[in-house]
Design a protein around this ligand. Structure first.
Ligand code: NAI
Ligand code: 15L
Length: 264
C-alpha cells in the first residue's frame, strides 16, 4: 500500500473508473485533472492543474510515492494541445518525479504507437514503433522519455499500450483490442506493485480470441487477463460489415491512420 498515490486524468473516462479501484492501494489518493471532478471523498486530495504548467506539476508531485498517469490528450487533435499535455506535460511530470524522489510511474501509452502495423501481423513489445497519428507520436515520446528517466535516474515505469478500454467492444476492430475495466485494474495493479520492473512495456488487452499483440516479453509483470471480447461478438457483428480495404479492417490503429492533419 502506498502512502500517497497520484492519479492524473481523474475527470476522464478511465480516470473515473480507476478512482474507486485505486482507493484500496493507498492511504491517500491524490486526484488531478485540468477539469474539475467533483467533491473529494474521504482519503482523497484534489488538485486541478494543467500538465503543461511546470510549477503546478512540480507542486502536484510533492509527497507522492507513485503515479498512475492517465492525464493528457487521448485522441488525434491539432498539435498544440498534444504538445502541451503529452509532450511538455509528460516532461514536467518526470522532472517533478525526479525532484521529489518518486520511484514508480504507470504510464498510459496507447496502441497508437504501433497503429501502422497491419491486422495480419502479430507484434511483441519490442517491435519498432509505427505511430499512426501525432497523438501516437506523443505517446511514443512518453515511452522514450520514461526509458531515459529510468536509465538516467532509476525511476521505474510500466508503459501500458492500452488497446480499447471500454465497458464492452464497440466495433469489429475492438474484438481484438478490447481491454475490460477489470483487466485494466489488474494491469495497473501489476504495474504498481510488481518488484523490479525497470522500464517495461506491455500491451493492455484482454484475453481476446483474435489478438495481434504478444506480451511474452512482459511476462515478468505477472499480468494475466481474465476477460474477453467473445461474449460481445454477436452484438458487434450485428452491425453492417466493413469494407475489407477500410483502414478499420486493415491497420491495428484502425481509422486513426487516416485522422488529420489538423491545423495547429
Ligand atoms: P480521456 O480523454 O477521457 O481523459 C483524459 C483526461 O486528461 C481528461 O479528463 C482531460 O481533461 C485530461 N487532460 C487533458 N489535457 C490535460 C492537461 N493539459 N492537463 C491536465 N489534464 C489534462 O481519456 P481516457 O479514455 O480516460 O484515457 C486515459 C488515458 O489512457 C489517456 O492518456 C489515453 O491516451 C490513454 N488510452 C486510453 C485508451 C482507451 O481505450 N480509453 C486507449 C489507449 C490509451
Ligand atoms: C486510444 O488511444 C484512445 O484514447 C481511445 O479513445 C480509443 O480510440 C483507443 O485508443 C482505440 O484504439 O480504440
Amino acid at each position: 500500500m502506498f502512502k500517497r498515490l497520484l492519479l492524473t486524468g481523474a475527470a476522464g473516462n478511465l480516470g473515473k473508473v480507476m478512482r474507486d479501484r485505486l482507493a484500496p492501494f493507498a492511504e491517500v489518493l491524490r486526484l488531478s485533472d485540468v477539469k474539475p471532478f467533483g467533491q473529494p471523498r474521504p482519503n482523497e486530495e484534489h488538485v486541478v492543474c494543467d500538465l503543461g504548467d511546470r510549477a503546478a506539476v512540480h507542486d502536484l508531485l510533492k509527497g507522492v510515492d507513485a503515479v498512475v498517469h492517465l492525464g493528457g490528450i487521448s485522441v488525434e487533435t491539432p498539435f498544440a494541445p498534444i504538445l502541451n499535455a503529452n509532450i511538455v506535460g509528460v516532461h514536467n511530470l518526470y522532472e517533478a518525479a525526479r525532484q521529489h524522489g518518486v520511484r514508480r510511474i504507470v504510464f498510459a501509452s496507447s496502441n497508437h504507437v504501433i497503429g501502422f502495423y497491419k491486422q495480419t501481423e502479430t507484434i511483441d513489445t519490442e517491435a519498432p514503433m509505427r505511430p499512426d497519428t501525432m497523438y501516437g507520436v506523443s505517446k511514443a515520446f512518453g515511452e522514450l522519455l520514461s526509458r531515459f528517466y529510468f536509465d538516467r535516474y532509476g525511476i521505474e515505469t510500466v508503459c501500458l499500450r492500452i488497446g480499447s478500454a471500454y465497458s464492452e467492444p464497440l466495433d469489429r476492430r475492438m474484438m481484438s483490442t478490447f481491454l475490460s475495466f477489470d483487466d485494466l485494474t489488474e494491469l495497473v495493479r501489476c504495474g504498481l506493485f510488481t518488484k523490479n520492473v525497470g522500464h517495461s512495456v506491455v500491451y493492455g488487452v484482454s484475453d481476446n480470441k483474435a489478438s495481434w499483440w504478444d506480451n511474452t516479453k512482459a511476462s515478468h509483470l505477472g499480468f494475466v487477463p481474465k476477460d474477453s471480447s467473445e461474449p460481445f461478438r454477436a452484438k458487434v457483428e450485428a452491425a453492417p460489415p466493413i469494407e475489407k480495404d477500410d483502414a478499420m479492417a486493415v491497420f491495428q490503429g484502425g481509422r486513426f491512420v487516416n485522422c488529420g492533419p489538423f491545423e495547429s
